[in-house]
Ligand binder design. Structure first.
Ligand SMILES: Cc1cc2nc3c(=O)[nH]c(=O)nc-3n(C[C@H](O)[C@H](O)[C@H](O)COP(=O)(O)O)c2cc1C
Length: 179
C-alpha cells in the first residue's frame, strides 16, 4: 500500500549531508511506490513559538501567520514523517527545534505516525548522537500513537557532501524502500 511520507529537512545547507540522506530516503520510498514530499525548512518562514498560550489555554488557532500552518497540515496528513537534523553542539539545530515548538497548536492531531530520524555530525561516534535522538523522542513522546521506525546515522561527515558514497547513504535508500 502506498504511503504518504513527509520529509522535514532542517539543515541550513541545501545539498548538505542530512539533506542528501533525505533525498536518498525519498528515492528509496518512491522506488517502492510511496509518495514522498520534502520540505526544506529554510525555504519556509517559521517563527518562534511565542508561548502566548492562545492555543493551549484559549483553544484558539496559533495567531502567527507564517508558513507553519501548511507544514502542520502536511504533518497531520502524513503516514510517516522523516525528521532530519545536523548535530549542532550535540543537539538538534535551531530550525528543527523551532518547528517542533510551533506544532504546539495542533500536536494532538499528529497521531499514529511512523517517525524516522536522520542525524549528521562530524563526530564518528554513533553513541554521541544519543542526546540529539533523545530530543526527538521528547517530541514524539508527546504524540499519541507515534512509533520510532528507523534512524540514519550520518556520522563522520563534516564538509558539505562528505556523506556521499557512505554506508549511511545506502542505508537511507534501503530504509526508504521499506517504509
Ligand atoms: C554550529 C555548528 C555546530 C556543530 N556542532 C557539532 C557537534 O557538536 N558535533 C559534531 O560532531 N559535529 C558538529 N558540527 C558539524 C556538523 O554536524 C556536520 O558538518 C554535519 O555534517 C552537518 O550536516 P549538514 O551538512 O546536513 O548541515 C557542527 C557544525 C556547525 C555549523
Amino acid at each position: 500500500m502506498s504511503k504518504n511520507i513527509l520529509v522535514l529537512s532542517s539543515s541550513p545547507r541545501r545539498g548538505g549531508n542530512s539533506d542528501l540522506l533525505c533525498e536518498q530516503f525519498m528515492a528509496g520510498a518512491k522506488d517502492a511506490g510511496h509518495e514522498a514530499e520534502k520540505i526544506f525548512l529554510k525555504d519556509k518562514t517559521i517563527n518562534y513559538c511565542q508561548g502566548c498560550g492562545a492555543c493551549l489555554n484559549g483553544g484558539k488557532p496559533c495567531p502567527q501567520k507564517d508558513d507553519m500552518g501548511e507544514v502542520l497540515e502536511k504533518m497531520i496528513a502524513a503516514v510517516a514523517i522523516v525528521m532530519a537534523t545536523p548535530v549542532y553542539f550535540y543537539t538538534m539545530c535551531a530550525q528543527m527545534k523551532t518547528l517542533i515548538d510551533r506544532t504546539c497548536s495542533r500536536y494532538t492531531e499528529i497521531r499514529n505516525k511512523e517517525f524516522y530520524f536522520i542525524v549528521t555530525a562530524a563526530d564518528s561516534n554513533k553513541q554521541a548522537m544519543e542526546r540529539t535522538l533523545e530530543e526527538f523522542r521528547g517530541f514524539t513522546s508527546c504524540l499519541n500513537g507515534s512509533r520510532e521506525t528507523g534512524i540514519i546515522y550520518g556520522t563522520g561527515a563534516w564538509g558539505i557532501g562528505d556523506i556521499k558514497g557512505s554506508e549511511a547513504m545506502k542505508l537511507a535508500y534501503g530504509m526508504g524502500t521499506k517504509v
